[in-house]
Design a protein around this ligand. Structure first.
Ligand SMILES: CC(C)(COP(=O)(O)OP(=O)(O)OC[C@H]1O[C@@H](n2cnc3c(N)ncnc32)[C@H](O)[C@@H]1OP(=O)(O)O)[C@@H](O)C(=O)NCCC(=O)NCCS
Length: 180
């Protein structure tokens, strides 16, 4: 009730769906990692690493109200929460929210401002997509601002295709089907 009063019914439904799918997908909570030069990309971030990712989120987006959602998604779907760590420092993150019917959405991703253009974004996203594929996810969606050239290029190069556009917000919805 408090939650509904504070966040509204839509958010309460999202919260309940997250919790349910979090339980249903709990068997995927197995740490996965991949070396990328002198860095490591991995799932199941620690509390400190989640804090590092949220600092990058705050530095990259003016959406402070969403921090709580990102924190919750990392707790509920830790196996679909990717961080890139170099020398003990979180350099980037890539968070997915799992949806019903074998779908997921890229909730948020960013690299530290000083670390962009080094291949971290590509490494995190392609690793995250392979983790999702292995977990049986078949379709991944994302929303991106049309003018966000680096992000649009990255997504297109990894096989996301534009499906629709919200002209008012200038946001494109992109989709990628994950093959077997
Ligand atoms: C989008 C973002 C995560 C990409 O991460 P990154 O580590 O800088 O990207 P990479 O170095 O892995 O580059 C991957 C691809 O992105 C594209 N790209 C990256 N930087 C670019 C730039 N400045 N201009 C154009 N394209 C660029 C390229 O296609 C690049 O592939 P290539 O190097 O083979 O040409 C990063 O720019 C970022 O954090 N942006 C701010 C947050 C944001 O917009 N997140 C996405 C919200 S939808």
């Amino acid at each position: 009730m408090t939650l509904i009063a504070r966040e509204g019914p839509r958010r309460a439904v999202l919260w309940a769906t997250d919790m349910l799918l979090g339980l249903r997908t709990a068997r995927h909570r197995v740490p996965r990692r991949m070396d990328v030069d002198d860095a490591v990309v991995h799932t199941m971030p620690s509390r400190e690493e989640i804090g590092g990712a949220l600092r990058i989120f705050a530095e990259s987006f003016d959406l402070a109200s969403e921090t709580r959602v990102l924190r919750r998604v990392a707790r509920v779907f830790p196996w679909a929460s990717v961080v890139l760590v170099r020398g003990g420092v979180v350099e980037g993150y890539c968070w997915f929210r799992v949806l019903p019917r074998k779908r997921a959405i890229l909730l948020s991703m960013a690299a530290r401002t000083a670390s962009r253009g080094r291949g971290y974004g590509r490494a995190m996203l392609s690793f995250g997509l392979s983790v999702l594929r292995d977990a049986g996810i078949e379709v991944v969606d994302l929303d991106v601002e049309e003018g966000n050239e680096p992000a649009v290029r990255l997504y297109t190069s990894l096989g996301f295709a534009r499906r629709s556009i919200d002209p008012r917000r200038k946001v494109a919805r992109m989709r990628k089907a994950l093959g077997p």
